[in-house]
Each structure stands twice: as structure tokens, then as C-alpha cells.
Design a protein around this ligand. Structure first.
Ligand SMILES: C[S@@+](CC[C@H](N)C(=O)[O-])C[C@H]1O[C@@H](n2cnc3c(N)ncnc32)[C@H](O)[C@@H]1O
Length: 432
């Protein structure tokens, strides 16, 4: 059955309304876009509107501080959040090149529709029209959006002001699309007209619809940030090895390990995310044993290698998830850091003697990376930090620190950056 509301052309109203819902949830209710979407926020939309709503919300959240600056001269006082967000989304769209009249009409209609917002119709109309008369160059000259203080403080303490400013500059841009090839990356790069990155990932700047790219249906590749792909390269799974992927879903790293010919067990707590892992394995024709459960309760041992891509603050992925600084406030850091340490200890106990544990997090906070390794080495006498395993093709020597490999969004800035990651390889002694 077709839902007429989902398919009728509406000049972008449905997509904009949904985008505003997502932005409202992130800025008003501390809900990540992924959480709102999992709760059904985009269910009623057609696939193109769904993609458009997500794109609009993501771009508006990425540029929120710029939008606020551009709007400030036109607002004597702040209107309610729903109106403010409509102005923000409208400002971002107009200043980034959308036809102003279409944006103004849509926002006026949306605001005019709500009982609590309809009295702001005139304001939205006037402000967005005046923004439409602004020089688009002025937008580009606005300062790069800064991270919120709760995150900026610890990051400046860890990496210094200049490095954080460089990361913010990368985070202000829409990221490229990175792919991992199931087979030969050079041949696939040629087929797709993609850049072959030094670490072996592929990069497309203007990808369009992912599922329309050649090789999607046949499962010749999967979407995976270049930095995320390095963790499984460090693990370097060998054909026939027994490998445990402890926090596996949605399975980017599981697929790399399976493609290397290892016997992989993919475990995750989330049944919903494991559903995505199953779809990914089906599409790529790769196989893994799938286990739903808590990593801390899994007690099958004797693995040659374990990948622990632990739950973390995800602060390394802000350029792909710009909702995070708006929806979070750092309150959960402490619990995550404790969980990561428990997971490291538990995983070490599941290794065969001489086995290796690759621990990684997509975090920019040393407490979720370097400090975890330092403390694990202190807790486990005889444990070896195998830094030689980190020297993979394309990895610059100065990215490897005493505790492990630190990847940052401002690395490869001229190529479009990369996600922030920490990766270490710990070896259990032969005799424990
Ligand atoms: C960073 S994501 C993993 C990404 C995945 N390795 C990939 O490359 O696609 C962390 C995962 O840990 C899972 N997780 C969180 N707590 C867990 C637990 N106690 N046991 C097992 N998995 C857990 C989450 O459901 C989430 O899928």
C-alpha cells in the first residue's frame, strides 16, 4: 500500500518538517539523530525525503553556530526553540545556495501550521527574506564553529589549541565517503573513479546515493571511514585464525576480518544493530558466527585474536555526526571509561597464550585511549604493547605514540580528513 503523504510532491515540506523534528530533538531533548531515527522519526517519508531530511538536519547542526551569528542582527530577542530552529535551518539552506523564496515559503508554512508557533510567521518571513539579500561571501567568512566547552576543554588539554582548531576546521565540512573493498582496492578505485588512500581505503568526494554506486548490490565494498578501517588492518587476521569481534555491529570490521579468511565470531549487545550486521554480511557474501549478548558475560576462550571496538564517547566521529556536541554533555564519560577498562580485562582472559587484542575507540579523549592502555599494562604484568603491529602502510610514524596509534580528524586535512581513533595492539604472554 502506498502512503500518499509519503509520495506526493510537496516542495520539500515533509523533509524540512522532519529535519526540524530531528534538530529539535538534538537541541531540545538531547537525543541523537540515530536515536530519533531508530524511534521512527522518518518512517512516514519516502526514501528520497528521508535522505533529504537527514542531510538537512546534519548540515544545519554542523553549521548551527554560524547560523546563530548570521541571524543575531535580525533578532531583538530569541524566539521559542521550534521557531529558532526553523530560522537556523532556513539560514543554513539560504546561505549555502538554496533558492531563498522556496526556503522562506516552506519555513513560513511550517511555522504557520503549529498552534504555538503560528504567531511567529511574520518574523520568520521577514528574517529569512532579509537573509536572502545577504552576500553569500559573508557566510564563508563567519568563524569556524567551535566545539562546546565541555568537550573543547579536555581536547585542548590533550592536543593543544592549534590542533583543536584544525580539527574544528575539518569538522565544519561535510566529510567524504570512504569505502573498504572486499577484494583488490586498486581495481575497485579505478572502477569507481575513487581516490585510493595510502592506507588502502577508497575515497569519493561527491558520492550521491550510496546504494546507486557500482558494486553496491554485488557487495564489492562497504562504507567505512578510513580511520576505522585501520583497526582491523592492525589486527591483521590470517586465514583460518579464530578471531573474536567483541563489539561488532554494524560489522565494518567484522567484514574486514572475514574477508581476510579468518573464522570470525561477531558479538554485540544490540539485536537491532546485529540486524544491520546480518544485512551487511548477506550483501557482501561474507560469513561470521553471530552472537547476541554482553561482552562481559561471553566466556568462550582460546581466541588467536580479539578486536575490541569498545563503546565510547564517539567524539572522533563528530564530522559525520554533528548532532553529538548538541545532544550530549559529557555526563556519560565516566561510565564509558569504566566499561572500557572492564572489557579490556575480560577480553584479555579470552585470548589464547600469545594471542593479540586490538583495542580501539572512535574517541578523541586520551582517557578512552592512551590512558586505558597505560592502566591495562599496569594491571596485567607481562602484557606486551606491540607497537610494531601499528606500522601499517600509509600510517605516518609520528601518529604512533608510546601507548598506541592516534588518528585525528585533522590528519590528511588536504584530502578531507579522517575520523578520530585510538588503536593499540596488546599481546598476552605465551605463559600466563
Ligand atoms: C563502536 S560500536 C562498534 C562498531 C563496529 N565494530 C563496526 O566496526 O561496525 C560499539 C558497539 O558496542 C556495542 N556494545 C555496547 N555495550 C556492549 C556490551 N556490553 N557487550 C557487547 N556489545 C556492546 C554497541 O551495541 C555497539 O554496536
Amino acid at each position: 500500500m502506498t502512503d500518499a503523504r509519503a509520495t506526493a510532491p510537496d516542495d520539500g515540506l515533509a523533509a524540512r518538517r522532519a529535519a526540524l523534528h530531528l534538530i529539535g530533538q538534538a537541541t531540545g531533548s538531547q537525543r541523537l539523530l540515530s536515536e530519533s531515527i531508530a524511534a521512527g522519526a522518518l518512517e512516514r517519508l519516502s526514501p528520497p525525503d528521508r535522505a533529504r531530511a537527514q542531510r538537512l538536519a546534519t548540515q544545519a547542526l554542523r553549521q548551527l553556530p554560524r547560523a546563530d551569528r548570521a541571524l543575531k542582527p535580525f533578532l531583538a530577542k530569541q524566539p521559542p526553540l521550534a521557531v529558532r530552529n526553523a530560522l537556523r535551518l532556513g539560514a543554513v539552506e539560504i546561505m549555502e545556495g538554496a533558492a531563498p523564496h522556496g526556503v522562506v515559503n516552506a519555513m513560513v508554512q511550517i511555522i504557520g501550521h503549529g498552534k504555538r508557533t503560528q504567531s511567529y510567521k511574520g518574523l520568520v518571513n521577514a528574517v529569512l527574506r532579509r537573509l536572502g539579500d545577504q552576500d553569500p561571501q559573508a557566510w564563508a567568512k563567519l568563524p569556524v564553529p567551535k566545539l562546546p566547552n565541555w568537550l573543547r576543554g579536555p581536547m585542548v588539554a590533550a592536543w593543544g589549541r592549534d590542533a583543536v582548531a584544525a580539527m574544528e576546521a575539518v569538522q565544519a565540512e561535510a566529510p567524504p565517503l570512504d569505502l573498504t573493498a572486499k577484494g583488490d582496492p586498486a581495481a575497485l578505485a579505478e572502477r569507481l573513479g575513487a581516490e585510493l588512500l595510502p592506507t588502502g581505503s577508497l575515497r569519493l568526494r561527491e558520492a550521491g546515493q550510496v546504494s546507486a554506486l557500482p558494486g553496491f548490490e554485488t557487495g564489492d565494498w562497504w562504507v567505512q571511514d578510513a580511520a576505522a578501517a585501520v583497526a582491523a588492518r592492525v589486527l591483521d587476521a590470517q586465514p583460518g585464525e579464530r578471531v573474536l569481534d567483541l563489539c561488532a555491529a554494524p560489522g565494518g570490521k567484522t567484514m574486514q576480518i572475514a574477508a581476510a579468511g579468518a573464522e570470525v565470531t561477531a558479538l554485540d549487545l544490540s539485536e537491532a544493530r546485529l540486524g544491520r550486521l546480518r544485512e551487511n554480511l548477506d550483501r557482501t557474501g561474507l560469513s561470521a558466527r553471530i552472537v547476541q549478548g554482553d561482552a562481559l558475560e561471553f566466556d568462550e576462550g582460546g581466541f588467536d585474536a580479539i578486536l575490541l571496538d569498545a563503546p565510547c564517547s564517539a567524539t572522533g566521529t563528530i564530522r559525520r555526526h554533528p548532532d553529538l556536541p548538541h545532544a550530549k554533555d559529557g555526563a556519560e564519560f565516566g561510565a564509558l571509561i569504566e566499561l572500557q577498562a572492564e572489557m579490556i580485562d575480560h577480553a584479555l582472559g579470552l585470548l589464547a597464550p600469545g594471542g593479540r587484542l586490538v583495542f580501539c575507540t572512535c574517541s578523541l579523549l586520551p582517557d578512552e585511549g592512551e590512558v586505558q592502555v597505560e592502566e591495562a599494562l599496569a594491571r596485567h604484568p607481562g602484557l606486551v604493547n606491540d607497537r610494531a603491529a601499528l606500522a601499517r602502510p600509509g600510517i605516518a610514524e609520528d601518529w604512533i605514540g608510546p601507548e598506541g596509534l592516534r588518528l585525528r580528524p585533522d590528519f590528511w586535512a588536504d584530502r578531507g580528513g579522517m575520523d578520530g581513533f585510538f588503536i593499540a595492539c596488546l599481546r598476552r604472554p605465551q605463559t600466563a
